[in-house]
Design a protein around this ligand. Structure first.
Ligand code: FAD
Length: 544
């Protein structure tokens, strides 16, 4: 019988064990987990802090007993693999409670040790009892107990990635005063600044004290001090500034690391040492889009890699396409999702790209619950290759982003997207949904049918005293408008052509881009050469 030993018993490890059992009823599968729990939902951890998951023990999905009874998997908790002898094909295991050392032989070894939260030692006070990170059930219980016992009122969350945001939201739901500190100029590195700005507005609206462009410099029992010198009241601090792949065990046995610091694996997840595989947050992966090595600490890749590694052990073909990085987050009542490359990443990678922003309701407006979706599509220029998308809305947006993720995976281009026939009824979307619409807009750009600038350029345009037409109706204009924008509604512009200059660029905007786009096309058809649509939404700027 094949002996499969797995290091780490959560997302990647437990998936590998279950897959191995499905392929081989007689394999001896042993899974060693350093902590007290296996098979828990890391992604649900923040929701204990708000009480949405009142009992943290419910985050654990399978006990070692259940794994034994249902799958005949030997899951050993409190068991840290401290050494690997790759010649003898044996691991050395330390019982973390008793210190006792045992050995276990393997035919195939799978490493899924995950990642460590980054806790910079250089920050004074980072080792204090009121400083936490969130990685497992024990962490979240420890935080909750500290908050309760010390009657904590103010918490500082360091890092505006998805863990920092989810922790902030859940603490705010539990009536804590939350300061969220982010060193970059916007939260969520997985989206561009225009989408992130809308997240910022939502955070402010829910009372989060969001501080951007500032970092942690010192922690005391009552305050955190920031790089700028500013002090923020906080009796507890949660650090969520990223993770570092856990590679100590792998390097000890001589597995090579990649340039990004993750364990180097081939396309079958084999490390540089025979019969040792590695998966999950600990490894380096390939980006399907940039073809470069990268790291992606997400649950789906970890589970898929687990399946692929085990399939390879059993001689099955593995189709490793690389990662694209699809992710979603729910913060308060807003959903944000993204896939593929952002515009900022395209710029960094030197990829010639264009982006369009479409804005439509989630359902036909007459149907209850119809809410706006802001959708940004990024595509290669002039190839039309689909590179990425981002969306934000109070409605579900995973479907829209998943359409694009599917297209990217199938190497689709813009014309594939515009012709993608998806289901429609007023309850589910508008006839042309927001993704189709973005595809059509992108097609117009590729065909050079009109010019556009991004809504984020507005400040610059106003400073330059550019001629900006607000194509909305007067009532909408009166409710708020861009400084010095001239209100010439789509419904009136044909009678007011003499107000539109021909000797300088004319920029047009509205709420969602549709009226402005129609005006741009009409003016182009009337011979106006320098009319430019402002891609994006007025709501995006100030009212979302
Ligand atoms: P893990 O699931 O962390 O498992 C690794 C395990 O290995 C750990 O339990 C560790 O104790 C154990 N271990 C390490 N070294 C040893 C050793 N030497 N011996 C024995 N055991 C060892 N991803 C998403 O896609 N969507 C989300 O919404 C999402 N939300 C998240 C929220 C939070 C708060 C966190 C922390 C993560 C979230 N993730 C999310 C990320 C996702 O959970 C990880 O990418 C995924 O768990 C990685 O799987 P893994 O097996 O590599 O590591």
């Amino acid at each position: 019988n094949k002996k499969i030993v797995i290091v780490g018993g959560v997302a990647g490890g437990a998936s590998a064990a279950a897959r191995a059992r499905r392929l081989d009823e007689f394999a001896e599968i042993t899974m060693f987990e350093k902590g007290p729990n296996v098979s828990f939902s890391n992604c649900s951890l923040p929701y204990h802090l708000s009480g949405l998951i009142p009992d943290a023990n419910n985050i654990v999905m399978m006990t070692p007993e259940q794994l034994k009874n249902q799958y005949n998997i030997d899951a050993q908790v409190n068991s840290e693999v401290v050494n690997i002898d790759s010649d003898k094909k044996e691991v050395e295991v330390k019982n973390t409670a008793t210190g006792q050392i045992t050995h276990a032989a393997y035919d195939e070894l799978i490493l899924s040790p995950g990642a460590d939260p980054i806790m910079p030692k250089s920050i004074k006070g980072i080792d204090h009892d009121n400083v936490f990170s969130v990685r497992n059930v024990a962490d979240i219980k420890k935080i909750q107990t500290f908050l309760d016992v010390n009657k904590v009122t103010d918490v500082a969350v360091i890092g505006g990635g998805f863990i920092g945001l989810e922790v902030s939201e859940n603490l705010a739901q539990a009536d804590k005063k939350v300061s969220l500190i982010e060193a970059a100029d916007h939260v969520l590195g997985t989206v561009d600044d225009d989408i992130a700005e809308m997240v910022h507005m939502d955070l402010y609206r829910h009372g989060i004290n969001l501080i951007l462009n500032d970092g942690l410099s010192e922690i005391t029992d009552e305050n955190v001090k920031l790089g700028s010198g500013r002090e923020v009241k906080a009796q507890a601090v949660i650090v969520a500034i990223g993770v570092r792949p856990k590679t100590q065990l792998a390097t000890k046995v001589g597995c090579k690391l990649g340039l990004t610091g993750g364990i180097a694996v081939d396309h079958n997840y084999q490390t540089s040492i025979p019969h040792i595989y590695a998966i999950g947050d600990a490894i380096e992966v390939s980006s399907m889009l940039t073809k470069k090595k990268t790291r992606l600490a997400l649950a789906f890749p970890a589970q898929m890699q687990a399946r692929d590694a085990v399939d390879h052990i059993y001689g099955r073909q593995v189709q490793n396409r690389g990662v694209i990085g699809s992710q979603a987050i729910h913060i308060f009542d807003t959903n944000v999702a993204s896939t593929g490359l952002t515009a900022a990443q395209c710029e960094k990678e030197g990829i010639d790209y264009r982006s369009v922003t479409s804005f439509l309701k989630s359902k036909v407006g007459l149907i209850p619950g119809a809410t706006p979706i802001f959708f940004k599509l990024i595509f290669g220029y002039p190839s039309g290759e689909i590179l990425g998308a981002q969306a934000i809305s109070k409605s579900d947006i995973d479907k829209q982003i998943d359409m694009v993720a599917t297209m990217i995976t199938m190497h689709g281009n813009i014309s594939d997207l515009t012709h993608l026939e998806v289901c429609y009824s007023p309850w589910f979307s508008t006839t042309k949904n927001v993704v189709n619409m973005a595809g059509l807009m992108a097609e117009n750009i590729l065909n050079d049918e009109y010019k556009q600038v991004q809504v984020t350029e507005i400040r610059k345009l106003v400073e330059q005293d550019a001629f900006i037409i607000d194509a909305r109706e007067p009532k909408e204009y009166e409710g708020g408008h861009i400084k010095n924008a001239v209100n010439i509604p789509l419904s009136q512009f044909r009678q007011r052509l003499d107000e539109i200059p021909t000797d300088r660029p004319v920029y047009v905007h509205c709420v969602g881009g549709q009226r402005s786009y129609n005006m741009v096309r009409a003016l182009n058809n009337r011979g106006y050469k320098n009319v430019i649509n402002i891609s994006g939404s007025f709501l995006q700027l100030c009212q979302y």
